[in-house]
Design a protein around this ligand. Structure first.
Ligand SMILES: NC(=O)c1ccc[n+]([C@@H]2O[C@H](COP(=O)([O-])OP(=O)(O)OC[C@H]3O[C@@H](n4cnc5c(N)ncnc54)[C@H](O)[C@@H]3O)[C@@H](O)[C@H]2O)c1
Length: 441
């Protein structure tokens, strides 16, 4: 099939490259001309394991084409995916301007029927709004064809985006039709054909109505965020009672009904999805006159946990300390700095008149414009800790887990280790002569 993917960010670019790898021809479209120029040279504007290789293969096979010209691509494609950003807008409601702008461009320039598939995370009812806007423009233009709007939310994880896209846990497709039972049979069969290389390896393609699909995405993110906040809620309790959050988490996660994932205590979630989607779900619920107290608590606990960690650090540091920070990205294997806890934590350290040298394997360049100018950057973890009174670990990169703690202690001036991701065993750290401060122990 020949398709377009509009928006070549973390989601759109990975989707475009993977669809090309699966044999489709893909027009990757973005308004950012610089990004498109880079992509045409086979260079990825983002760090994502395995992506650049797919990009080069796609360009070589000519199944991947990059352009800023959406109208020019339309005559060639049967499906347009919209994967543009939906950042927080007024009152934390999702800002849908980019989604509507893509829908309008498609409606104004399409000369044949095609599917408009929304991959961005959008509040329930957005698909309906898009369809109404598109239909109004097509009527105005006197077009006899229709452009059905489909919801196909994305669940990939940054850092594992290529694997997640090639072999997802599930593909959710929301389609509405005049006849609810038929559910736009043509649209359904086109989506089946598009995803056949993935369903062939046993991954489920689940059809439902558009509203359900839109809600699944927010429900999934809010549920995962709630698991994180639930375990974080217990950290202070463990600290006060002499329990260990690691043991509590192990004991809890071994229950098959609960499962161990997303039960790792730390400084809480960040990134481009959980914080904004949790808040946007609350905003949408409010628009429907509803309140979701569990989700409200999830958000509050996340904010409080970050603040509690900042207070722990500040209460232990000597005046005008020099601090090494390991990890800036909101999680490992990505350079994404959106809503990274490192931003608030480093700002608080600098505001308290301490100095900071930071190290991150891939995110330093993206971090620089977001962090105070006085922050220095190191090229290796050990360079960062030189002369440091304290080390603060903010992202659980594998290279930090495996560090030799005795060498670390020798490389530092002081002996304070603040472990924001609970990646070290407290006893091992203490044996190396360091003072361990984690969360929940
Ligand atoms: N990043 C993730 O891990 C992730 C996972 C699942 C879902 N999502 C959702 O997917 C959507 C995209 O997220 P992202 O992280 O890829 O965003 P992003 O900011 O990385 O990428 C968005 C891209 O869209 C482009 N763009 C904006 N307006 C445009 C327009 N009118 N025409 C063409 N291009 C336009 C931007 O230049 C940018 O390249 C969001 O709704 C997000 O919530 C993200």
């Amino acid at each position: 099939m020949t398709i377009a993917v509009v928006g070549t960010g973390y989601v759109g670019l990975v989707s475009a490259a993977c669809f090309a790898e699966l044999g489709h021809t893909v027009h990757g479209i973005d308004i950012d001309a610089e990004k498109i120029a880079m992509l045409r040279q086979g260079r990825s504007p983002i760090y994502e394991p395995g992506l650049e290789e797919l990009l080069r293969k796609g360009l070589q096979s000519k199944r991947l084409i990059f352009t800023t010209d959406l109208p020019a691509a339309l005559p060639h494609v049967s499906i347009v995916f919209s994967a543009v950003a939906t950042p927080p807008g007024e009152g934390y409601r999702a800002d849908l301007r980019a989604v509507f702008s893509v829908a309008e461009t498609v409606a104004r320039h399409a000369n044949q029927s095609l599917l408009f598939v929304n991959k961005s995370t959008v509040p329930v009812g957005t698909g309906k709004q898009c369809e109404e806007k598109i239909a109004a423009i097509l009527r105005e233009r006197g077009c006899a064809f229709t452009i059905p709007v489909i919801s196909n939310p994305e669940f990939l994880r940054e850092g594992l985006a290529v694997t997640d896209t090639m072999a997802p846990d599930r593909i959710i497709v929301g389609i509405n039709g005049d006849d609810a039972k038929s559910q736009q049979p043509q649209a359904k069969s086109q989506m089946e054909e598009l995803y056949r290389p993935i369903t062939r390896i046993g991954r489920p393609l689940v059809f439902m109505n558009r509203e359900s699909a839109e809600i699944v995405k927010y429900a999934a993110n809010a549920f995962l965020a709630t698991k994180i906040s639930f375990i974080n809620m217990l950290t202070e309790f463990c600290e006060q009672t002499g329990a260990s959050i690691r043991d509590v988490s192990t004991g809890l996660g071994l229950d098959e009904r609960i499962g161990p994932r997303f039960l790792h205590a730390g400084i809480g979630y960040g990134g481009s999805c959980f914080p904004k989607d949790v808040k946007a779900l609350l905003a949408t619920a409010g628009q429907h006159g509803l309140r979701f107290p569990i989700v409200e608590a999830t958000d509050q606990i996340n904010t409080a946990q970050r603040q509690r960690f900042i207070e722990k650090i500040l209460s232990r540091l000597p005046a005008r300390a020099h601090i090494a920070v390991w990890g800036l990205a909101f999680k490992p294997k990505t350079d994404d700095m959106r809503e990274a806890p490192s931003i608030d934590i480093i700002r608080a350290l600098i505001d308290a008149r301490h100095t900071v040298t930071a190290y991150d394997p891939v995110a330093a360049e993206r971090a620089k414009p977001l962090l105070p100018e006085s922050v220095a950057y190191a090229y290796t973890p050990m360079d960062a800790v030189r002369d440091a009174d304290a080390l603060v670990v903010l992202t659980e990169w594998d290279e930090f887990r495996g560090v030799d703690l005795i060498t670390l202690k020798k490389g530092m001036k002081g002996d304070l280790l603040f472990d924001g991701r609970n990646i070290y065993e407290p006893e091992e750290v203490k044996c190396a002569g360091l003072d361990y401060i984690g969360l929940g122990c």
